[in-house]
Ligand binder design. Structure first.
Ligand code: BGC
Ligand code: BGC
Length: 850
């Protein structure tokens, strides 16, 4: 039985890959929509089902407009109650990264289920005459059910790309679906089918490969695992969930690898390099596609009717749901995040509007736009038909409440022995051996082994972003009750074999070890904060110089060293490579750290170990600012094995320096950086109440909980701003002129953001400050409460924030779009003047960053 679907999977993928890589025109039958140049006319893999289409028609006839629009909304669980699901006929909910039932990170599977049941029951309790439509719950289970404490976590996609084994990926998808079903969830925002072309992109680890063929094959396998096979009885069966191919399209191709940036590619380039994962997952009947935050040639994807409707829906015959990304609608010209007819008209069916009151506003605005004719009823019916089609196919109409949907409803299902074994196998298959001089690996387990490095005994460091929280950077051992660290894996194997093993992060030892394993790498990060920007480069040593020191120290003591690099993507590591006898790329490997010892230790009895199978799915940089087409250190597909030992000679360390990061010329002269006056006449004060409503005020005005007054000089420039916060949950004031500036040169020149502040009344609660670089940057701000509270009352004081400090918090200084933003959640009154970015020249100025 098992071999049949697998053979079919391979056949489908092979067909797609051959089809696409040949670039031949579509051999499949033509459809009504006009053929778009270069795009294949994919045949719908699930043919029309008359019973389902009939049911959709009947439902649509009985649905009031409010219910149709409600079905299109997707609020987050922190911002919608079961009662509201009922009242607004909400179609789906999501938990973003770091959102849990009752806000409790340690919510049990039963608590997840209980909330799923509550939403479901609310959605079924409709007034007479209105059809009951079950609500569905979406999550980002992108490496296992990673938002739930206790789930087995699999390696991230870049690791799976190294393993490049579709069947392994299918099994991981299937295990993830079981984990989700065990908590009552229906819809997974995975797989990411991005083809990451620039390792500076912080989401590179969510991409299987920069090779579109690998992405196509593994994405299809992932979808088969999550959803089952189309036209097979496994399809959306009780232990399956709805999958999503994301982020359509070009997310991995942005300039500089900017998250949410612009892909400057024409359609032929998109087809050749970035569409294959869509072709392959559509052929596996992926039921939903998420639109990308990014733009294509300057046009935000969320408003791109041509690519969404003409191509994805009409040309590629996608008949499922197109969902928008988190809060992304504000990216569309003319839209705000609670009002966006343009996105619906472009073809988006489900609007991920996570916050309140954005989503109730969106409902009201959309209803008004349908009534005014700005959005046609036909478009709404198309969107709702798609939502109903996916729900009908998923069987949710016939299923009992979520907690009773399958046999997988007990705690242990999050982490069965099978799941753990699968995750550990995935680690073994994904490790890539970059160097193994003089056969230092495999290590005989009966030796005296030192395990060093700050990532060796730390689950958080091995699991990466999208782990319990969104960024995955705030986890503690309590978050990982079932995980094994790399050190623990060595400990049990070595002890069983009669060897000795010690752990010291800094590489200290009492008895000289026979060999040392040094485990280090990137910190966990997710969207945006993982981007390599500003003064940073791909050179790992620049970011963290400590591991090299540990390696040098051990080498100097004559101890053979094995470097294990835990990171989401290739980094320039030539210095570390030269100091190690062996070097293993381990990716973000998930909860099963034991997989490392499995491969690095020789089997006690046979003397043989598992062998390395992983091959690089991304080229490995030889320079700090590697770009597409540069000479790599290691090519795509590189990876040594025990079977084929090769000694690697010393690699160059004399690559050209990049003192100012990758975006300023190396010959840049810091003194030439120009100061910027940010009090100019174009600035407006923009007030945002509870981060939910916003308003631009041009003059003295009182507004809800936040009062602002702007005084202008006769010439028009702002001379002073008076602001008063009135006990509100986080109100903010932003000084903006609608321009986006790069402050990179100012950063390199050591400039600071400076202003004079007069505290009129001390803050009663926290105060934050930042410069903004897009709506999502508001997540990271610098807390200045302490500093502000010590300033004398009613006295002008010069203060500053070095750009380097701002960049540390939000490293997007090349796209700053505000002068200053101040948030407060309590009572606070202050005045502000003379805002500028310049070199410091006032010794008495106070640093708000310290
Ligand atoms: C959410 C994530 C989301 C992110 C984007 C976070 O607060 O939890 O799911 O992707 O915000 O801003
Ligand atoms: C991410 C998506 C994710 C969504 C929901 C967004 O910020 O870009 O990949 O599915 O949040 O958490």
């Amino acid at each position: 039985m098992a071999s049949y679907p697998c053979a079919r999977l391979i056949a489908i993928i092979t067909l797609i890959v051959i089809l696409i890589s040949c670039g031949k025109p579509d051999p499949l039958p033509q459809h009504a929509a006009p053929q778009q140049p270069g795009w294949p006319a994919l045949k719908p893999v699930i043919g029309p089902n008359a019973a389902i289409e009939q049911r959709i028609k009947a439902l649509l006839e009985n649905m009031p407009l409010e219910q149709k629009i409600g079905q299109m909304m997707q609020p987050s669980i922190a911002h919608v109650s079961p009662e509201e699901v009922k009242r607004y006929y909400i179609g789906s909910v999501l938990n973003g990264g770091g959102m849990f039932p009752n806000g409790n990170r340690y919510a049990t599977p039963q608590e997840w289920q209980a909330l799923a049941d509550a939403y479901y029951q609310a959605s079924m309790a409709v007034p007479d005459g209105v059809p009951a439509i079950p609500v569905i719950w979406a999550t980002d289970a992108v490496h296992g059910h990673n938002n739930v404490v206790g789930a087995t976590l699999f390696p991230h996609n870049s690791a799976l790309g190294a393993a490049n084994n579709p069947e392994l990926v299918r099994l991981i998808g299937a295990a993830t679906a079981q984990q989700m079903v065990a908590t009552g969830l229906d819809w997974n925002f995975a797989p990411t089918v991005a083809v990451a072309k620039n390792a500076r992109w912080g989401r590179t680890y969510e991409s299987f490969s920069e090779n579109p063929g690998i992405v196509a094959a593994l994405s299809a396998a992932y979808v088969a695992g999550l959803q089952g096979y189309p036209n097979d009885k496994s399809f959306l069966n009780t232990d399956k969930v709805i999958a999503t191919a994301k982020h359509f399209i070009g997310d991995g191709a942005t300039t500089r690898g900017d998250d949410q940036g612009d892909a400057d590619l024409n359609e032929q380039q998109l087809i050749a390099e970035h569409a294959l994962g869509y072709f392959s997952t559509l052929s596996m009947a992926v039921q939903t596609v998420m639109i990308s935050y990014s733009s294509v040639q300057g046009l935000p994807m969320h408003g791109n009717k041509h690519l969404i409707t003409d191509i994805l829906k009409n040309q590629l015959h996608f008949d499922g749901i197109v969902v928008s990304d988190w809060n992304a609608l504000g990216h569309v010209p003319g839209c705000t995040r609670d009002n966006c007819a343009a996105a619906i008209n472009a073809g988006i069916d489900v609007l991920m509007v996570p916050y309140k009151p954005d989503w109730p506003n969106m409902i009201a605005n959309t209803i008004a736009q349908v009534k005014s004719g700005e959005i046609s009823m036909q478009r709404i019916d198309d969107a709702v038909s798609r939502i109903l089609r996916v729900k009908l196919r998923s069987g949710v109409f016939n299923k009992p409440k979520p907690s009773q949907r399958s046999e997988f409803t007990y705690d242990t299902y999050l982490s069965t022995p099978e799941h753990k074994a699968l995750a550990r196998r995935a680690v073994r298959e994904s490790l890539v051996l970059l160097k193994n001089n003089d056969g230092v690996l495999p290590i005989a387990p009966n030796k005296n082994i030192l395990i060093a490095g700050d990532a060796a005994n730390n689950v958080s460091r091995q699991t990466g972003g999208w782990t319990i929280s969104w960024q995955g950077d705030d986890t503690t051992p309590k978050d990982f009750p079932v995980a094994t660290t790399v050190f623990q894996g060595f400990e049990s194997a070595v002890q069983a074999a009669g060897g000795t093993v010690h752990y010291s992060a800094t590489g200290e030892y009492e008895v000289i070890p026979d060999v040392a394993v040094v485990v280090f790498g990137e910190r966990p990060a997710a969207e945006m904060s993982g981007d390599i920007e500003n003064l940073n480069t791909l050179e790992f040593n620049h970011e963290d110089p400590e591991p090299l020191k540990v390696l040098q120290k051990l080498k100097a003591a004559g101890i053979p060293t094995v470097a294990v690099f835990i990171a989401g993507r290739p980094r320039l590591i030539n210095k570390e490579l030269n100091q190690s006898s062996a070097f293993v790329m381990a990716w973000f490997l998930g909860s099963e750290g034991g997989g490392i010892a499995d491969l690095l230790l020789a089997n006690q009895n046979s003397g043989k170990s598992f062998d390395f199978q992983g091959k690089l799915p991304f080229v490995w940089p030889a320079t700090p600012c590697h770009v597409l087409g540069s000479q790599p250190q290691f090519n795509l597909g590189y990876g040594l094995s025990y079977a084929q030992p090769v000694n690697l000679s010393t690699v160059p360390e004399d690559y050209p320096p990049r003192t100012y990061g990758c975006d300023l010329p190396e010959k840049f002269v810091p003194s030439s950086a120009k100061p910027i006056d940010l009090s100019g006449s174009d600035f407006q004060l923009h007030l945002e109440l509870k981060s939910l409503e916003s308003k631009i005020i041009s003059d003295s005005e009182t507004w809800h909980g936040l009062r602002g007054a702007v005084q202008r000089k006769p010439a028009g420039a702002i001379s002073q701003i008076d602001l008063e916060w009135q006990d509100a949950p986080r109100n903010n004031a932003v000084l903006q002129d609608g321009k986006v500036r790069s402050l990179l040169a100012n950063l390199a020149a050591g400039h600071a953001l400076q202003f004079e502040i007069k505290v009129n009344q001390k803050p009663s609660a926290k105060v934050w400050a930042k410069m903004e670089c897009g709506h999502l940057c508001a997540a990271d701000t610098l807390e200045i409460t302490q500093k502000i509270s010590t300033l004398p009352i009613s006295h002008w004081q010069q203060v500053y924030m070095p750009l380097a400090c701002i960049a540390k918090n939000r490293s997007d200084l090349f796209k700053i779009n505000s002068g200053l933003r101040i948030d407060s959640s309590g009572y606070f009154s202050m005045s502000l003047r003379h805002l500028k970015v310049a070199a410091l020249n006032d010794d008495d100025a106070i640093n708000l960053c310290e």
